[in-house]
Each structure stands twice: as C-alpha cells, then as structure tokens.
Design a protein around this ligand. Structure first.
Ligand code: GEK
Length: 241
C-alpha cells in the first residue's frame, strides 16, 4: 500500500483538496489513517448487504473511490439476480476501482460509472451506500440527492450513510476534534500534515450534526433512521425506506 505523504512538506499554497491521481495512489492508506472506524464500517457493509439485498435488485455505491465498499457489498450479496453500480466523479478513482473489481472474482456484476452522483438515476435499489461521500456534496444539494435516492429505493431497502460530523455542544465538538487529531498523530501524521490537510479540506468537506442528517433523511421519505456505528466524530447511519 502506498504511504500518504502528500502534506508532509511545507506547502507555499494549499490548494483545495481534490480526488486526483496523487490522492488516488495513496487513498487506502490516507483513509485508514484518517477515519477512525473506517475498516469496521467497510467490514460491516458486507453484513448489512447480506441482510438487506433483495433478489433482482440494484445495489449502489455512491462515491466509491477505490471500491472498498463495492467489494464488501459484492461479498455480502446472498440472493439471486443483483447487480452493483459503483459511481465516482474522479476519473483517477474510477480507473483504479475498475482494476480492483477486475482483480476480484466474487460473483455479482459490477458496473463502475464515472459521473456525479447527482446526475445518476437510482432505480430498483435495495442497498445504497454513501460512505463518507455526502460530506463533499454542497449542503444545499444534499436534500434533493437524498430524495432522489429514497424515490429510487424499494420498500424495506436501506441507505447506509457514513459521515464526519460536528456536535452542537461546543465543548464536546472541540474535544472530539482534538481526539481525532490524536488518532491521526497516533497513526503517524505530523502536526504539519494534519494542519495542511485541514486547510485543504476547509469548505470542501462540510460536516453537519447527527440531528441534521436524521431530520433530512426523514424528510426525504425514509421511514426509520438512526446511528448504528460511531467512533469519535465519525458515524454511520442506517435509513430504511
Ligand atoms: C470508501 N466510499 O472507500 N459525485 C461522485 N463522486 C463524488 C462526488 C460527487 N458529487 N463528490 C465526491 N465524490 C469510499 C470513500 S471518499 C471519502 C469515499 C473521503 C467522491 C470523491 O471523488 C471520492 O472518491 C469520494 O466521493 C469520497 O468507502 O475521502 O473522506
């Protein structure tokens, strides 16, 4: 696995974070050392898929990056006639995701699409994954996207929504942000790397509170939703259609 050193040297100008080839080349290392609980969520997506995938339905991985969740879903499908559609708007990610899918020999067809998830039609879905992707969609577009997803889902289907979150309580918010930085330090990131990455993500990754996510999901037509996993300021919710 290539080691993420993108922010290890002082940068004169810190550009907005983008999912280019440089990031795609080190992405697995970057996300595993940056997102507490990421591996657990990926593993559990297999279990959740096993529970929720309906025969003859489509499973979507929206913002698939290198396909970690796609392959976890693929391993979890235990019913006939399913297909998986994995979508990302980064050409560098899509190319590497297609290679990862080709190297994996689990059954179930996977189509990897290079597109904005706001432009993709969702139909006949039983499992939809937004694993740390909605946070990169402009907040004003999030409601419409979730409504479209809800409308394209079968009754009893599930949306798995994982996000970095903030907390309304200032003390708790600061504490969990500090603990997240401790986590990154413990995984080998320097203070310089942490602060340069934080600057590059400013206004690119926009986290919201758990109640904001919950209310929007209910408004978008999901009947039940709540958090099934949380580690510091990172969480994953289930929303059932
Ligand atoms: C994983 N789910 O490993 N349309 C399509 N793709 C998008 C959009 C958009 N509007 N916005 C962002 N992306 C993955 C990890 S990473 C999370 C997801 C992170 C894509 C973007 O190109 C990137 O590949 C992914 O969403 C977010 O389980 O880096 O924190």
């Amino acid at each position: 696995m290539n080691k993420d050193k993108i922010y290890s040297e002082p940068l004169a100008n810190i550009a907005n974070f983008s999912f280019d080839a440089q990031v795609a080349d080190v992405f697995t290392d970057m996300i595993e050392r940056s997102v507490p609980g990421y591996r657990s969520i990926i593993t559990m997506i297999e279990t959740l898929t096993e529970h929720y995938a309906q025969p003859g339905s489509t499973l979507y991985d929206l913002g698939c990056s290198l396909g970690a969740a796609t392959l976890s879903m693929r391993r979890g499908v235990a019913v006939e006639g399913c297909k998986i559609v994995a979508v990302d708007n980064s050409a560098a990610m899509v190319e590497r995701c297609r290679n990862a899918v080709a190297r994996d020999h689990t059954q179930t067809d996977v189509e990897v699409v290079c597109a904005d998830i706001r432009d993709v039609e969702i139909t006949n879905a039983s499992v939809v994954v937004l694993n740390f992707t909605l946070q990169f969609v402009p907040p004003e577009a999030r409601g419409q996207l979730l409504e479209k997803i809800g409308q394209g889902m079968r009754p009893g289907g599930v949306l798995i929504l994982s996000e970095k979150v903030v907390f309304a309580d200032d003390h708790l918010n600061g504490l969990l942000a500090d603990i997240h930085h401790d986590f990154k330090r413990a995984h080998g990131y320097s203070d310089l790397e942490i602060s340069q990455k934080r600057s590059s993500l400013e206004n690119v990754l926009v986290p919201e509170t758990i109640p904001t996510h919950r209310e929007r999901l209910l408004q978008a037509g999901f009947s039940s939703c709540d958090v099934w996993f949380q580690c510091f300021n990172f969480m994953s919710m289930l929303a059932v259609k």
